[in-house]
Design a protein around this ligand. Structure first.
Ligand code: SF4
Length: 78
């Protein structure tokens, strides 16, 4: 719970986010402590246009929930 509270605080402090953030599995995985918050800082609250998930979503291409923003698939997340 403590980790989630600090994540929520951090999230509120970010006013600009990727438009997919609220429905992206990376949000849920970070809340569950399954992925490092650094992914969110670097991509979701930073350069989301560099995120492979974002790029594929924009093109309407399938990508698994377990795909990280750098395009690698983490089987532990499926
Ligand atoms: S992981 Fe990528 S698509 Fe998902 S919210 Fe972050 S930047 Fe957007």
């Amino acid at each position: 719970m403590k980790k989630r509270d600090s994540l929520n605080r951090l999230e509120r402090s970010r006013t600009v986010k990727c438009k997919w953030f609220n429905v992206c599995p990376m949000k849920r995985f970070s809340e569950e402590g399954k992925v490092e918050v650094g992914w969110l800082k670097k991509y979701c609250w930073g350069k989301w246009e560099k995120c492979v998930r974002f790029q594929m979503e924009e093109r309407g291409e399938y990508h698994p929930d377990s795909m990280l923003p750098d395009g690698n698939v983490d089987e532990k997340l499926s």
